[in-house]
Ligand binder design. Structure first.
Ligand SMILES: [Zn+2]
Ligand SMILES: [Zn+2]
Length: 59
């Protein structure tokens, strides 16, 4: 669903998308469309599809 409003992250008026994780409305620039979640939930930065680093294990 898209709606016009203020982005919850950057505060700019734009078409908003709903983060599937936290449910907040964010603009397309603050949305990680691949993951379907906002950049906050996705990690805060836009990471160009690397995913090759080992994750999930804390030593
Ligand atoms: Zn935004
Ligand atoms: Zn989120």
């Amino acid at each position: 669903m898209e709606a016009e409003g203020l982005c919850s992250i950057c505060g700019r008026p734009a078409k908003l998308h709903t983060c599937h994780l936290c449910g907040r409305l964010v603009c397309s620039q603050c949305m990680d469309h691949r993951k379907g979640m906002c950049i906050k939930c996705a990690g805060g930065k836009e990471i160009s599809s690397s995913g090759s680093k080992d994750t999930g294990v804390f030593k």
